[in-house]
Design a protein around this ligand. Structure first.
Ligand SMILES: NCC(=O)CCC(=O)O
Ligand SMILES: [Mg+2]
Length: 304
């Protein structure tokens, strides 16, 4: 386990001098762009190689097709430029999906209650390009539409962003463990229905193999399994079958669950955090997206 294995997800909000607590994720904050460089400085100092930005779009900027996702001045783009200006060597990852921008909370566009796969992809490819132009090093499509990796790769290559990498949220399960994240983004109350027609069934493990095969064929550089701890078997299957760079996302619900027990004194903080990290490595992960990234980095460096 190395500090190099860690990716820190961060929440960015509008306003000035904001640092808002996320009640269901103790220790996690939403930070405004003016505070962002200070916020990520410890990650840089600890040697964490990358952050993943999650913007909180004000309700008034959300609409049915996620128009704000394509705005070069949106929160994601301003956050990305701010981080890159302050710390050019810190990797910046941007999610591509419409859920932070839609008024219905779905990852794509909806018609008569159904997600429109191909119409969504046409927007997602432009969203990816918008983020690449802002300086994101890695585009991380988390929408789960079929064919989006190929479309995004073609769009990036066509615009001269051949070196912008794609980390595909490939095996993203329709999970209850995302609850606190939707709380952090303020999208929980907005969501109409559920995401089961495009995210995966937790009972299905073979489908994850087909999803990985497809995303790799379409040009994904790295693939991700999400959530993390309840899906270690999927990570192991992916590593054994494909031996490609594989990442896990230890999601908000996993963080909330561990923090709740830690704060009650029911679990030992440091040992629990590190054991959860080591479990990902043992399962075959090359990297871990985790809200514990700074804590884990300090523990690894033993300078807490
Ligand atoms: N696309 C990013 C997420 O959905 C994160 C989920 C979580 O942390 O619960
Ligand atoms: Mg897929």
């Amino acid at each position: 386990m190395h500090v190099d294995d860690l990716i820190w997800p961060i929440f960015v909000c509008e306003g000035e001098n904001q640092r808002q607590k996320v009640s269901s994720m103790p220790g996690v904050e939403r930070v405004s762009v003016d505070n962002l460089a200070e916020h990520v400085r410890p990650a840089v100092e600890l040697g964490v190689p990358a952050v993943a930005i999650f913007p909180i779009t004000p309700t008034g900027l959300r609409d049915a097709t996620g128009t704000e996702a394509l705005n070069p001045e949106n929160l994601m783009c301003r956050a990305s430029r701010t981080i890159k200006d302050a710390f050019p060597d810190l990797g910046v990852i941007g999610d591509v999906a419409l859920d932070p921008y839609t008024d219905h909370g779905h990852d794509g566009v909806i018609e008569n209650g159904h997600i429109l796969n191909d119409a969504s992809i046409e927007i997602l490819r432009q969203q990816a390009l918008n983020q690449a132009r802002a300086g994101n090093d890695i585009i991380a499509p988390s929408d789960m539409m079929d064919g989006r990796v190929k479309a995004i790769r073609e769009t990036l290559d066509g615009a001269g962003y051949e070196t912008t990498r794609i980390m595909a949220y490939t095996a993203k399960y329709a999970s209850a463990f995302y609850g606190p994240f939707r709380d952090a983004l303020g999208s929980g109350g907005l969501l109409n229905g559920d995401k089961k027609t495009y995210q995966m069934d937790p009972a299905n493990s073979d489908e994850a193999m087909r999803e990985v095969e497809q995303d790799l064929r379409e040009g994904a550089d790295m693939i991700m399994v999400k959530p993390g701890m309840p899906y270690l078997d999927i990570i192991r299957r992916v590593r054994d079958k494909f031996a490609v760079p594989t990442f896990a996302y230890q999601v908000s619900g996993e963080y909330a669950m561990l923090m709740a027990a830690i704060e009650n004194g029911w679990l030992d903080r440091d040992r629990t955090i590190m054991e959860s990290m080591i479990a990902f490595k043992r399962a075959g992960c090359n990297g871990i997206l985790t809200y514990f990234a700074l804590d884990a980095a300090r523990l690894i460096r033993c300078d807490r």
